[in-house]
Design a binder for this molecule. Structure first.
Ligand code: ZN
Length: 51
């Protein structure tokens, strides 16, 4: 069964980033490469590297 999760790709390593528990403007760390990402939008899900 597929869930409609807000998922996007890490801009650094293209790993799947799950934004289910994130808020816009918040940050999340990529579990694969450790990059700190800022949540820009949830619909569609979009992240960018944090400064
Ligand atoms: Zn990554």
């Amino acid at each position: 069964m597929m869930e409609d999760r807000p998922v996007t790709a890490c801009p650094e390593c293209a790993a799947e980033i799950d934004l289910t528990y994130c808020d816009i403007g918040g940050t999340i760390t990529c579990t694969v490469c450790g990059a700190e990402l800022v949540v820009l939008a949830l619909d569609p899900p979009e992240v960018d590297l944090a400064d």
